[in-house]
Design a protein around this ligand. Structure first.
Ligand SMILES: [Fe+2]
Length: 385
């Protein structure tokens, strides 16, 4: 995150003695990124964070890439498959490449263990449901529409309030999610033209450090390998922390869309970027106001970026047959665009009511066998009149 945040008790100066009420030292941990050159946080633990009583490897996650998938467009439905489980083990993978992996999940229970994604940062979109993300940085309540960023190596749990109809989308990234440079001034503050404001971000709230001792199970995900670490103390044993590295959330409904006299391309809807892809938010907005404007997008060959749209709610102006939970993948190098009748229908339209997420990757993105199970096979031929 681009902003400094501080919770709980911390010493006046880093790397100095800081005593717990029982007279023993807090254990200071520096959590740093990009070596010592990126954002970082200093945490003050009741216990040494390095303690483990047993380390065991669990069965690997299966390779689910659909290796025979053709080079073509895909439309698939992420509400069809349901895997029972919590925020982690209910995930169903749909798209991946060497830098990111996209899942959808419908959590049906809360976890009795802790989780750490060791190799990846996570973006979690709450499509339906509410609850709280607990981490060693504190508690972060979430509601539908929230987009939570969980930095690589954060120990956390997601607890849902109920299990009627939860739905989340998760995108793992091997590089951090960052606020685009052109939204920030030289001091890091969001400029007036940015589509969101500092006050829109939800920050972790202080949680009393847990002093419990016993057997605490942490599942550590390292790519497709899962390791079970047993820790002799509660992992949320932080008395205080400060820095720039922590989980945070931003709700899609707080995104201020920009519009133009004629059609503006997706970078105008940018939310975050990583080194290998961008994320955009599409929100309800007035359409282009030139008297001859065509609000629907033109046909587009994105020669080096794969384009993915996750449909959240509303009417989708350029696509037939999609609804909430639908995903379209338009691979790089192949033209995509409005289906027959959609361009004409958009002329003269004044407003769009759509909410959608966009993921554009700078390398090919591969579908999994879960796409094969849930796709509309007629989609690649849906431009025939
Ligand atoms: Fe495009």
């Amino acid at each position: 995150m681009a902003f400094y945040h501080k919770l709980g008790s911390i010493p006046k100066k880093k790397h100095t003695t800081f005593y717990k009420p029982d007279g023993t030292l807090y254990r200071e941990e520096l959590v740093s990124s990009k070596g010592f050159s990126g954002i970082y946080t200093n945490k003050y633990h009741l216990n040494m964070p390095t303690k483990a009583t047993k380390i065991t490897e669990l069965p690997k996650l299966a390779d689910e890439v659909w290796h025979e998938a053709e080079l073509r467009h895909f439309h698939f439905l992420t509400d069809t498959l349901k895997k029972e489980g919590d925020f982690f083990n209910s995930r169903v993978s749909y798209l991946e490449n060497n830098h990111c992996k996209m899942y959808a999940a419908k959590p049906t229970k809360n976890p009795d263990y802790f989780f750490k994604n060791v190799y990846a940062h996570e973006y979690v979109f709450i499509h339906r449901g509410s609850g709280v993300l607990l981490s060693d940085y504190g508690s972060l309540p979430f509601v539908a529409g929230d987009q939570i960023i969980i930095p690589q190596a954060t120990i956390y749990q997601m607890h849902f309030d109920s299990f009627d109809d939860n739905k989340i989308v998760v995108i793992e990234s091997d590089t951090p999610y960052e606020i685009p440079r052109h939204y920030r001034n030289e001091y890091g503050q969001l400029e007036e033209h940015a589509p969101y404001e500092e006050r829109n971000f939800k920050m972790p709230q202080f949680m009393e450090p847990k002093g419990d001792l016993g057997d605490f199970r942490i599942l550590m995900k390292a790519g497709n390998r899962i390791f079970e670490y047993m820790q002799p103390h509660h992992p949320f044993d932080i008395g205080g922390w400060d820095g720039y590295l922590y989980p945070f959330a931003f709700n899609i409904k707080d995104y201020n869309p920009k519009v133009g006299r004629i059609h503006l391309p997706p970078p105008i809807h940018l939310l975050y970027h990583t080194k290998h892809f961008v994320l955009c938010n599409f929100n309800p907005r007035p359409f282009d106001w030139h008297e001859d404007a065509i609000p629907a997008p033109y046909y587009h060959s994105n020669v080096d970026s794969a384009e993915v749209l996750y449909y959240v709610e509303g009417d989708f102006m350029s696509r037939k047959g999609v609804g909430p939970g639908s995903v379209t993948l338009h691979p790089l190098g192949i033209p995509h665009g409005p289906q027959p009748g959609k361009t004409e229908a958009s002329v003269g339209a004044k407003f769009t009511h759509e909410y959608a997420l966009m993921l554009d990757t700078f390398e090919p993105l591969f579908p999994t066998t879960n796409v094969q199970k849930t796709e509309d096979p007629a989609y690649p031929y849906s431009w025939l009149e």
